[in-house]
Design a protein around this ligand. Structure first.
Ligand code: TYM
Length: 324
């Protein structure tokens, strides 16, 4: 029997950070290695056009994401790795899905609201972005989508669109389910009520940060009043975020960490966490893959994805009566 398909993706819009890794990519590697799924990992370059970007940097940003995937342990022999724009069927399907998406559903998306807040002018791509994401997922009949918590609303829309299309035109799409990691919402180091994001570089640990930056950022991370290293999301959100990060990086459970640092205060806890982060992230700083190798992985991945996408597109067009 064939394995269920699992899909996820990352935007090539700058350097990847700890939220991307602990919320998504680290989990992908474990799911890939479980051998229970047929895995597809996309570099969603069309998505990344929805924010300001520099065309001369885009190629390096795409390759940077592939490099991070490989450094994390995504294996091109086990998983398909490809760039979204190499599969035009994805944008074709996005157009079709546009026609069944209520505008109100897009306008209520939290990410759209956040990204368009206080902007004089907002591009339409920012609004329709979740439809493109739905196309990425539905095109390949994915059953599972491992993402961070911030993508759950988009995935819910994907399920709604699959259901709506199926009801209108006959069973065509699978309603995919999310898979969340334990650290599915890594918070900012200086404000534990906000998610870690590259838009605030000083409060975000990048995967390729040099050790001195990692140490500096963790040492100045916000902790809460008192001095006890204890997991309590309500009363101690700063320390709880650091504990979640520590657990995800080291594999040592939070109760064990609480015991280890009982009576020791924040200083030693932070300095040990910095050591663990420096050690774990070494793989990203030190990884060396030639551009040639990365490009050949992408060509290979795109060839395989293209075959699946074009045959699914035929089915979709048939359902819509578009094949004359
Ligand atoms: P993107 O590029 O913003 O983020 C990539 C992955 O990282 C997760 N993530 C986080 N997880 C925990 N804590 C954080 N602070 C944090 N920040 C980011 C995201 O949840 C995501 O899983 N729309 C998607 C990309 C996409 C996609 C897809 C994903 C396009 N098509 C199809 C799955 C399937 C995005 O912009 O992710």
């Amino acid at each position: 029997m064939s394995k269920p398909i699992l899909i996820s993706g990352t935007q090539p819009d700058g350097r990847l950070h700890l939220g991307n890794y602990l919320g998504a990519i680290k989990n992908w590697v474990e799911l890939q290695n479980s051998e229970k799924y047929e895995c597809y990992f996309i570099i969603v370059d069309y998505h990344s056009l929805t924010v300001d970007f520099n065309p001369t940097e885009k190629k390096e940003e795409v390759l940077g994401v592939v490099r991070a995937y490989l450094a994390a342990g995504i294996d091109p022999k086990k998983s398909k790795i490809f760039v979204q724009s190499r599969i035009p069927e994805c944008t074709e399907l996005a157009w079709i899905l546009n026609t069944i998406t209520p505008l109100g559903e897009l306008e209520r998306m939290t990410q759209f609201k956040e990204k368009s807040e206080n902007k004089e002018s907002v591009n339409t791509g920012l609004l329709t972005y979740p439809i493109l994401m739905a196309a990425d997922i539905l095109l390949y009949d994915a059953r599972f989508v491992p993402v961070g918590e911030d993508q759950l609303q988009h995935l819910e829309l994907t399920r709604t669109l699959a259901r709506k299309f199926n009801n209108k035109f006959g069973k065509t799409f699978i309603e995919p389910r999310a898979i969340l990691s334990k650290a599915s919402r890594v918070m900012s180091l200086d404000n534990p009520s906000k998610k870690m994001s590259k838009s605030h570089p000083e409060t975000c640990l990048f995967l390729d940060d040099p050790p001195k930056d990692i140490e500096f950022k963790i040492k100045r991370a916000v902790t809460d009043s008192g001095s006890e290293v204890k997991f309590d999301l309500e009363k101690k959100p700063g320390v709880s975020n650091l504990l979640l990060i520590y657990e995800a990086l080291s594999g040592i459970t939070i109760p064990k960490l609480e015991k280890k640092y009982a009576g020791k205060g924040y200083g030693q806890f932070k300095s040990n966490l910095a050591e663990v982060a420096i050690k774990t992230l070494a793989t990203f700083r030190e990884s060396k893959f030639s551009d040639k190798k990365l490009k050949s992985i992408l060509t290979n991945g795109a060839e395989k994805a293209k075959k699946i996408a074009s045959s699914k597109m035929q089915v979709i067009k048939n359902r819509l009566g578009l094949r004359v």
